[in-house]
Design a protein around this ligand. Sequence first.
Ligand code: ZN
Length: 196
Amino acid sequence: MQIVLYPHPALRFKSVPVTQITRELRETVREMFDLMYAAEGIGLAANQVGLPYRLFVLNLTGKKEEPDQEHVFINPEIVKRKGSQEAEEGCLSFPKMYGQVRRAGEIVVEAFDLDGQGFELSIDDLASRAIQHETDHLDGKLFIDRLSEADQREAESKMHDFESHFRRQQELKVVPSDAELEAELRRLAESQRPPQ
Ligand code: ZN
């Protein structure tokens, strides 16, 4: 498992709901936390590791030594948004790129944890921003879509660099073609169908 970088097609794939919490899924979640810590992030969505499942992990401390701050959001839905705030964001799929993003200040989110228990949270500040950023990922939306116009222009050359690096890796066959990657995403999404 590794963190995929823009413009990997997984980042634009709309994730499918998780239908079963299996041992495999728990292992996936553990690996996602470890990758997130290694990359010095505070949140990571499943499609950022090439898995089209509606879940993300979060630890706002970014520290492996604080496992009680780990949260798993399975099938999250933001059911209320209030206010508006602009702040700087980055994303593990866009290393070293940052920009100002306007988002709701307060939100209410509903989700399930790894035990299959539903929960609801009312939150603001950093947690609210991180949860909106990660939930966007599950819908195939990226923070670059929400940058201010000035920041979008500024980001263009970095985006171009990400794009040419990725295409180069595809030419060298280090990374499969978009068509192959998309076929794999559809296969994985299909595998989440509820058992008959
Ligand atoms: Zn991100």
